[in-house]
Design a protein around this ligand. Structure first.
Ligand code: CA
Ligand code: CA
Length: 161
């Protein structure tokens, strides 16, 4: 009976046409789904801008964080509790004005106590800093692992030429 219900559910889903197709969307191989986005941990150490460009080459950006659930999920992607990793926020345009590279509004934060500090020299955001696994601003030139994000339903940009 449970099996029959399962088949029925599948039938209903696939009968929904485009809606069914959307439900069936999955992240590319090597990416992990959370919510409506796909995430990838990049172990190769890089400075912040190189890490962002690398994410862009994969059709993504350095990860933005919108809430506590996403913050915790990103931590779960790190190979150890001491792996400090770049995400997509910087205040390089204007000191103290933090922005996410993917355009997400910078609203949720998880700064460590006393952070962000050294406002002129630390313009990029790393996660998993200190035993509290909170956020730190650090010099963008430091080499770290990184986390990329892209939308589950994103499509390649149309070729203009
Ligand atoms: Ca700064
Ligand atoms: Ca700092």
């Amino acid at each position: 009976m449970a099996m029959l219900r399962g088949f029925l559910l599948l039938f209903i889903i696939f009968s929904m046409g485009n809606a069914g197709a959307d439900l069936a969307k999955t992240c590319p191989v090597g990416w992990t789904n959370f919510g409506f986005r796909c995430y990838k941990f990049i172990s190769q150490p890089a400075n912040w801008i190189t890490a962002e460009r690398n994410c862009q080459s994969l059709g993504a950006n350095l990860a933005s964080v919108r809430n506590k659930l996403e913050k915790n999920f990103l931590l779960s992607l790190l190979p150890s509790s001491s792996t400090r990793s770049w995400v997509g926020a910087h205040d390089g345009v204007q000191d103290g004005q933090w922005m996410w590279s993917d355009g997400t509004a910078f609203l949720y934060t998880n700064w460590c106590p006393g952070e962000p500090n050294n406002s002129q020299t630390e313009n990029c955001l790393e996660i998993n800093f200190s035993p509290n696994r909170c956020w730190n601003n650090a010099p963008c030139s430091i080499l770290k692992s990184s986390l990329c994000v892209k939308d589950l339903c994103s499509h390649p940009a149309p070729q203009l030429l």
